[in-house]
Ligand binder design. Structure first.
Ligand code: PMP
Length: 285
């Protein structure tokens, strides 16, 4: 079945969907995006993703391309037209197309592109052994809280990870503290058994999955520390994992060339994953 995309008020077959060559997203990465997971045809954490989109737009002084309500309807229609059961919706807004000039166009007409893709979320086959990460310097700009399409450092990082046989790269700030993965948030259970993840400020993206896991932890009465952790603390951790919309909660069992704990997914990460999957699929058992 041909995939259907939505581009500036029109549903089109993917090969026919186009944006202008002077689109500012193409020329300046002047745009923002969201990836919304779809499970059993339902959008997971839609409100969280739309809130974050609104915040990203606001921070870049970009207008909403249409109302939230229209976006919600379009996303549902795309799920329907693509017969999507499990996968992702990709939504991108740019400052539109205009003759190339760094300054904002005087009357911006944002570009809105939404696509849908079928994909296994939080693949169970990776959970049994967990995944490996490498650590790399974080060379990004200082507003990582904005979900901008300026993703070159993440592209290079993910490629380096793939070439090293790893699943993800954890980026490390100038003081030796892990910021986050190229497309996921980073967590450890340290040697003392304390669950640690970096606080969400300008230095990392406030993951929607991260927020959901924090809520689940609070419901379980499980404490944690929101603070930076070093690569060394991660090397010595009992458990490690990453969270993202497309990975859910994924055990990390290797960091660089070292095994995490006994090299198997830890008990807390597996429990959190079960809780999250139950939540995402709407099942409670
Ligand atoms: N950090 C970065 C840099 C990301 O790109 C992503 C993926 N959007 C995440 C964290 C995880 O965010 P979420 O849980 O909202 O997918």
């Amino acid at each position: 079945m041909a995939r259907v995309a939505y581009v500036n008020r029109r549903f089109l077959p993917l090969p026919a969907a186009r944006v202008h060559i002077e689109d500012r997203g193409f020329q300046f990465a002047d745009g923002v995006y969201e990836v919304i997971p779809v499970q059993e045809g339902r959008l997971i954490e839609e409100a969280g993703h739309m809130d974050r989109l609104g915040r990203s737009l606001h921070e870049l002084r970009m207008p909403w391309p249409t109302t939230r309500r229209v976006m919600a309807l379009v996303m549902r229609e795309l799920v329907r037209r693509n017969r999507l059961r499990e996968g992702i919706i990709y939504l991108q807004v740019t400052r539109g197309s205009s003759p190339r000039d760094f300054r904002f166009p005087p009357d911006p007409a944002p570009t809105l592109v939404i696509t849908a893709r079928s994909q296994v979320l939080g693949p169970q086959r990776l959970v049994e052994d967990g995944v490996g990460v490498i650590t790399i310097p974080d060379i990004r700009w200082k507003r990582r809280d904005i979900k901008s399409v300026s993703l070159l450092p993440q592209v290079l990082g993910k490629q380096r990870a793939a070439e090293a046989g790893a699943y993800e790269a954890w980026m490390v700030d100038e003081d030796g503290f892990v910021t986050e993965g190229t497309s996921s948030n980073a967590w450890i259970v340290n040697r003392e058994g304390v669950l640690v993840t970096r606080q969400a400020n300008h230095m990392i993206l406030r993951g929607v999955t991260r927020q959901a896991v924090l809520r689940l932890l609070a419901e379980e009465g499980r404490g944690l520390e929101e603070r930076p952790f070093t690569v060394d603390e991660a090397y010595q951790a009992r458990e490690a994992f990453l969270t993202s919309s497309s990975n859910y909660v994924m055990p990390v069992t290797r960091i660089d060339d070292r095994s995490v704990g006994n090299g198997k997914p830890g008990s807390l990460v597996l429990k959190l994953r079960d809780l999250y999957v139950a939540y995402a699929t709407g099942r409670t058992s």
